[in-house]
Design a protein around this ligand. Structure first.
Ligand code: 5AD
Ligand code: SF4
Length: 480
């Protein structure tokens, strides 16, 4: 069937350059008002949101779902039954982007049989002008493109697309913070709560400051209110989200920082508070003090180090040395006994020598990370490091990743082993994917545990005796 060429209802593309030039953020905090006249335009139609990338994207997708359901759309599980499919994309590495292009190619075939299906695409990839040009050229079956700064305008975009008009609307710079946007949470007892948006760090390899804009913090009272409501509604765990949560509050000018927020949230009757991601430069004594209070603040820290070599860290614009990082972690381990520390590491950053790589291995051994996300450096167009020469072959890069992962696994094993024969508290997620009888959940230290259980335990915290440890999980039995 031949598709009709649609006119554009809106067509605004971003520019990385204007995102980069912007230094100050003058965002306001605004109460979101839903365009009431559009309620019902999605009645009788199904939607599916497919999310890629980090928890920030998951949180955005929850807002997208909230807005769509308010319009009248009903969630569905498959593209075959969906009238609207939205891909929420990630731009952090090239392979994340390639995956999306694969998805767009695949869904083209479905749209051929279902020409009325609306295909939308949003998220970090859409903040890149070249991506949008490519989508227009190669994937003309996409009807709707919007960015990370204008999710709240989705109801109007949907109205356009339902009226057979295409929409491209991507803002180059961050907008205001909207409070009270409707959300449909993905999980019945674990919630993601943005405490801030954007990033001011400009690590030389990273696209995020360009795709997510400058740092903007939510007001403490709005966050505290949201966490209190989640607790009242039976949520057991809240993960506070930000690209650099340790910078929380700096832009508010009210002398209230991340440690103050943690301390206030610790007073709320909710079982578990986690946060991600921290930045080593801004991770301070006050945060260590707040974590040392224990309570609902979980004994786990994810603190991306990226490299163990000072020269590489400098070229990455990370603004700390390996020595400073180690010092902070020493202090933390003394104050929060048994804390589990995990990290992110990039290998083969442009110009990384074998000796510099070995410094990363040394640092991993020194900190004894109990888990890590490890990546081969991926050049991102528009970032400074994309212009740095990188003479390593693909084979050498892969070898570094393998070597690093072997060392990390050793310490992940060791970290898991320390819980053998211990009794741990597990928030039960549900059935394990690998077996009908087994259930899974996470410990306070954020370790995955498998055990025999029953459906009624889902969403509760149970005590589990750890019988055996493995690299990726613990095996245990419920303590009656
Ligand atoms: N290449 C490889 N890894 C990257 N990360 C960010 N940008 C890149 C890139 N260009 C990694 C960092 C960060 C994590 C979320 O992704 O380790 O902490
Ligand atoms: Fe990217 Fe660095 Fe900001 Fe993290 S702190 S989002 S790595 S620029």
């Amino acid at each position: 069937m031949k598709m009709l060429k649609k006119e554009y209802g809106i067509c605004n593309k971003p520019s990385l350059n204007s995102a980069r030039k912007r230094i100050l953020n003058d965002s306001k905090i605004i109460k979101f008002e839903f365009p009431e006249k559009l309620i019902g335009i999605g009645n009788g139609k199904n939607y599916l949101v497919k999310t890629y990338g980090c928890q920030g994207n998951l949180a955005d997708s929850e807002k997208i779902s909230g807005l769509l359901e308010k319009l009248g759309f009903t969630p569905c599980e498959s593209e075959a039954t969906a009238d609207l499919v939205i891909f929420n994309t990630c731009a952090i590495r090239e392979n994340a982007e390639n995956r999306i292009y694969g998805e767009l190619g695949r869904i083209k075939k479905i749209k051929k049989v279902k020409p009325d299906m609306i295909i939308g695409i949003c998220g970090c990839m859409m903040q890149e002008e070249s991506t949008i040009t490519m989508i227009q050229k190669k994937y003309p079956h996409v009807d709707l493109i919007f960015g990370t700064h204008n999710i709240t305008k989705l109801p109007e975009y949907i109205e356009h697309t339902l009226n057979n008009r295409k929409v491209i609307d991507v803002l180059s710079v961050e907008g205001d913070i909207y409070e009270d946007v409707p959300v449909i949470r993905d999980h019945p007892y674990k919630a993601w709560v943005n405490i801030m948006y954007g990033c001011d760090e400009f690590c030389t390899y990273c696209i995020v400051p360009y795709t997510r804009g400058r740092e903007r913090s939510r007001m403490p009272e709005d966050i505290i209110k949201e966490v209190k409501e989640l607790a009242e509604n039976g949520y057991k765990e809240v993960t506070l989200l930000g690209q650099n949560v340790n910078a929380y509050g700096k832009d508010l000018g009210i002398n209230y920082g991340f440690a103050d927020l943690l301390t206030d949230l610790n007073k709320i009757k909710i079982d578990r508070i986690r946060f991600t991601t921290s930045h080593p430069r801004d991770f301070d004594d006050a945060t260590i003090d707040a974590m040392a209070l224990g309570g609902n603040i979980m004994p786990h820290l994810h603190l991306p180090v990226q490299s163990g070599n000072d020269e590489v860290l400098k070229r990455m614009n990370r603004k700390y040395t390996s020595g400073e990082y180690i010092e902070k972690m020493k202090k933390l381990k003394e104050r929060v006994l048994g804390i589990s520390i995990t990290t992110d590491i990039i290998v083969a950053f442009p110009g990384e020598t074998e000796e510099q790589f070995q410094d990363t291995i040394k640092l991993v051994k020194e900190i004894e990370y109990e888990g890590a996300y490890t990546f081969i450096y991926s050049p991102r167009e528009g970032t400074p490091a994309a212009k740095y020469p990188n003479p390593l072959t693909e084979e050498e890069k892969k070898q570094r990743l393998l070597t690093l992962n072997e060392v990390i696994n050793e310490y992940t094993n060791k970290g898991h082993k320390r819980f053998e024969n211990e009794i741990v508290e597990v928030l039960v997620d549900g059935k394990s994917k690998s077996s009908e009888e087994m259930y899974t959940g996470y410990t306070k230290h954020n370790m995955l545990v498998n055990f025999e259980g029953t459906d009624d335990l889902i969403g509760t915290i149970v005590k589990v005796k750890v019988l055996k440890s493995f690299t990726w999980h613990l095996l245990g039995e419920i303590v009656k």
